[in-house]
Ligand binder design. Structure first.
Ligand code: SAH
Length: 460
């Protein structure tokens, strides 16, 4: 049994989803902050339970070959990059192993090839979107003089760590943060306080189209209007690339960042970006991949797996603003996209129109409800190829059953969680499909997340 403040020596074997090094002493599990697999550290126990404890690294006794100096001064306190202390090569190896383990253990596939992960040449400055929480720091005994703080959430908590910039975002984004900071100071507009539900500004969201250079800023606020918005716009519009300022209204007591309503205050309310030769309009609330370089690789992989000759009917389920769908239209007879968020469907239709793409149609609703209905109404829409790109929880079982019943020649599964991917691949395999291969792609250097594309064929 271990107790708080006790010092222990432990060798780190693995890393948790929140980035703590995992080690064992006599069957007892330790989660050690700032430690990476291969390190032997002296750690101080912070919180002990019966079979496990949380600890922090006090001294590195033998450093792991995977260990590196973090890129960021906030490493270890910001919850964003869990793998800051690992070399990029070690991060890639870890993600490769994670996908392989899921495919082998959860999916039960001994022989399915998991191809080597595709990483980035430069794993920095890749993000086209930042979301910075705004709050207050209360110094003890100075309740009335609470200071605004703008930054990132610390790991496992809602404490905001002040940040002036993030090495994962594009160069120049820090000017937007300073403009918002100045605006808060000069306008007297108050940050939101999660505890009391009072105050106005909750988050600053920023997005850039890397191919066009256009930038949009959206202030997420706890009320209907942003006072002195002109002052903020004056500062923002001087920053190269900034084309628009929006507000999003979120008055709920919730962890969800965006509320239901977005209003454009200045500019077009969206940015444009290009993937291949298709132009996309992206509004603040739409889902859009955050890493444009790796997104292109992911979509090119999906396209090659789809094996299109120009004659196929393709279904793109969980299509968001139609990025994959429209990318595929050039190579298919017809593409049908299905998406649950109404704004995203509207964006997808507008994007099709703006690109004069006439062989794509978009349907709003849950894929598991829309697909069976459409097939029952019109059997001619039966797909040759189905692409799915679900959120982390994976596909609804009923949707997988429907896909099996439609008997497409190929299924391309784009996944942001290898565990649910492996589970769903097993269901599709039990339904008669064969998994040809799985290609991991690193969309999120620094974080524990990994994206994969899998190809299944009917064998018929
Ligand atoms: N393929 C898109 C978006 C993938 S993200 C792209 O690459 O950009 C997953 C999308 O699934 C989100 O847009 C989300 O709104 C949508 N979604 C979640 N549950 C859904 C469901 N049951 N049916 C259809 N779409 C759903």
């Amino acid at each position: 049994m271990y107790s708080k403040n006790q010092l222990v020596t432990v060798t780190i074997e693995d890393i948790s989803d929140t980035g703590e090094g995992i080690g064992h002493i006599d069957g007892f599990t330790l989660f050690v902050s700032r430690a990476v697999p291969g390190d032997t550290v002296q750690a101080r126990i912070l919180k002990a339970k019966k079979t496990y404890a949380f600890a922090k690294t006090e001294e590195i006794l033998t450093p792991s070959p995977s260990r590196t100096e973090p890129l960021c001064p906030l490493a270890g306190s910001c919850g964003g990059c869990q793998l800051s202390y690992m070399t990029y090569e070690a991060q890639l190896a870890l993600k490769q192993k994670k996908v392989e383990d899921c495919v082998r253990r959860i999916g039960g596939f001994a022989d399915v090839p998991v191809l080597p992960i595709i990483g980035m040449d430069d794993p920095r400055g890749y993000r086209n979107k930042g979301q910075f929480p705004v709050g207050t720091i209360r110094r003890p005994g100075q309740d009335s003089a609470a200071e605004p703080v703008l930054g990132f959430y610390a790991g496992r908590s809602h404490r905001i760590v002040s940040a002036k910039s993030c090495p994962m975002l594009w160069d120049g984004h820090e000017k937007i943060l300073s403009a918002v900071r100045e605006y808060l100071e000069e306008s007297g507009v108050k940050p939101y306080d999660e505890e009391t539900g009072k105050g106005l500004v909750r988050h600053v969201l920023m997005r850039k189209g890397f191919a066009t250079g256009e930038i949009l800023v959206c202030m997420v606020i706890n009320g209907p209007t942003l006072p002195k918005a002109n002052l903020l716009w004056k500062k923002l519009s001087e920053i190269p690339g900034v084309v628009s300022l929006s507000i999003n209204i979120n008055t709920e007591n919730t962890n969800v960042i965006l509320g239901a309503k977005t209003k454009t205050l200045f500019g077009p309310g969206a940015i444009t970006d290009r993937i291949g030769d298709v132009t996309f309009s992206i509004s603040p609330a739409s889902f859009y991949q955050v890493n444009p370089v790796q997104m292109k690789i992911l979509y090119d992989t999906a396209l090659s797996y789809a094996g299109l000759t120009g004659n196929e009917v393709v279904w793109d389920l969980y299509c968001g603003i139609g990025t994959i769908s429209l990318f595929l239209t050039r190579h298919a007879k017809r593409v049908y996209g299905v998406e649950i968020v109404p704004d995203a469907v509207a964006d997808a239709r507008a994007n099709a129109q703006a690109n004069r793409i006439e062989n794509a149609s978009f349907y709003e609703g849950a894929a598991e409800e829309v697909v069976p209905r459409l097939i029952a109404e019109d059997p001619s829409v039966k797909p040759d190829v189905v692409v799915v790109d679900p959120p982390r929880k994976g596909c609804e079982k009923s949707l997988l059953t429907t896909i099996l019943a439609m008997e497409p020649a190929r299924i391309v599964y784009v996944s942001c969680d290898p565990a649910t991917l492996a589970r769903d691949l097993r269901i599709l395999t039990d339904g008669g499909y064969r998994v040809e291969r799985v290609q991991p792609v690193d969309q999120f250097p620094g974080s524990v997340h990994v994206e994969s594309v899998a190809l299944l064929s009917s064998g018929k």
